[in-house]
Design a protein around this ligand. Structure first.
Ligand code: NAD
Length: 356
């Protein structure tokens, strides 16, 4: 079923209000999740709501949290989110850190101990809307590491995403937003549920050899996901862990607490005012020139057009805004069940949804 995006925001808001979020927090989280769906990243869209509900029930995700803002140390700011909803915590933290940009032309943020911050590209977009270049490194703790360092037979870190973007007339363009694993674990679970094999290169088995069988990893945590791009992607995943967990945060997977439904993020963000280098208009002209150059390269046989990072998401946003967002019945059922467990009748929730 395809749903009207605005109705999906109302549906997500009602769910989050049931979990105890204020209207303001529910709006921020709901808009973030539906934007992830609009850009095609369904793994980080409204399907996250049952996990958030379970985390709130367990006391590991705190609605309406007030983060601790440490005073800036030069251009460096640290914010402890104290397990608040990461979507709102990260925005509050970026606002706090960006105060140093006026004087220093740069801000470096360490966001630690945050609830899931979901689609990291959102924060690149937030910085770009203010005219800033930004780079974000994220690590993931709270559960066993699921991505094998190159050459290992078991996980050593998680999907540790990286995002960066250039500001272009208030938009993030280009915008790179990627996990450092080849694929998300959700895709492996889906293949198991459907009784399908996964493509070569996604997984290693318990001996560290490539496998297309998703069942041992899904059901018994035997083997691990691969990092993208063999040892180079593995190196980036390791550095995301070090930047976000060891430097900006206080925990890497090596020492972090593991708990049921456990997902916490730490993030190191570097926010740069282009005017520290040159006239921002001149920088923007160079960005536009180079991106047009890349987009205009002759496509390989079978490829329509060479894409920049973020192009695919922009096309999907247009398509899904027009055609609606497909959410499967099982996901809607899981969300409704969780919302009912918080005492809000499912009819009240479902009436928010409008099909396209
Ligand atoms: P992906 O593989 O779909 O895309 C990665 C990047 O490649 C994007 O910038 C995309 O624009 C670009 N791209 C894709 N196809 C392209 C093509 N044909 N040509 C040129 N560029 C192309 O994304 P992913 O790695 O699966 O990540 C999905 C989302 O998951 C991201 O939003 C990420 O932030 C999020 N994530 C979050 C966490 C967390 O703990 N919060 C962890 C992992 C991932």
């Amino acid at each position: 079923m395809n749903y009207d995006p605005k109705s999906l925001i109302r549906f997500a808001c009602t769910s989050l209000r049931a979990f105890g979020c204020s209207q303001e927090e529910a709006d921020i989280v709901a808009n973030h999740l539906v934007e992830a769906n609009l850009t095609g990243h369904d793994s980080h869209g409204v399907g996250m709501l049952p996990m958030y509900g379970a985390q709130v029930k367990d006391g590991n995700l705190v609605p309406n949290q007030t983060p601790d803002f440490m005073p800036a140390n030069g251009a460096i700011s640290v914010v402890d989110a104290k397990r608040g909803f990461g979507h709102r915590m990260a925005i509050l933290a970026l606002d706090h850190a960006m105060k140093t940009v006026a004087d220093q032309k740069v801000a470096i943020l360490g966001l630690r101990n945050s609830g899931h911050i979901s689609r990291v590209g959102t924060y690149s977009e937030y910085c770009a809307a203010r005219g800033y270049v930004s780079i974000h490194f994220v690590n993931v703790v709270g559960h066993d590491p699921i991505v094998a360092p190159f050459g290992a037979r078991e996980g050593g870190f998680s999907t540790n995403p990286i995002s960066m973007a250039m500001p272009m007339d208030g938009e993030a363009s280009p915008l790179l937003d990627m996990a450092t694993s080849t694929v998300a674990f959700g895709k492996v679970r889906v293949a198991t549920n459907k009784g399908e094999k996964v493509p070569e290169g996604w997984l290693v088995d318990g001996e560290g050899l490539g496998t297309t069988d998703p069942v041992p990893m899904t059901n018994e945590k035997i083997g691990a996901l691969t990092a993208f791009g063999t040892y180079k992607g593995s190196g980036l995943g390791i550095f995301a862990e070090l930047m976000a967990g060891a430097l900006a945060g206080t925990t890497t997977v090596e020492e972090a607490e593991i708990f049921p439904n456990g997902v916490l993020n730490n993030m190191l963000s570097i926010i740069i005012d282009p005017s520290g280098f040159d006239d921002p208009a001149a920088v923007q002209n160079r960005i536009a020139g180079f991106t047009e150059f890349i987009g205009g390269r002759s496509p390989a046989k079978g490829v329509d057009k060479v894409l920049l990072p973020g192009d695919l998401e922009n096309t999907r946003r247009i398509d899904r805004s027009r055609d609606g967002i497909a959410v499967d019945h099982e996901t809607i059922r899981q969300i409704s069940e969780m919302v009912e467990a918080f005492g809000t009748p499912k009819d009240e929730l479902l009436k928010a949804l409008i099909a396209r």
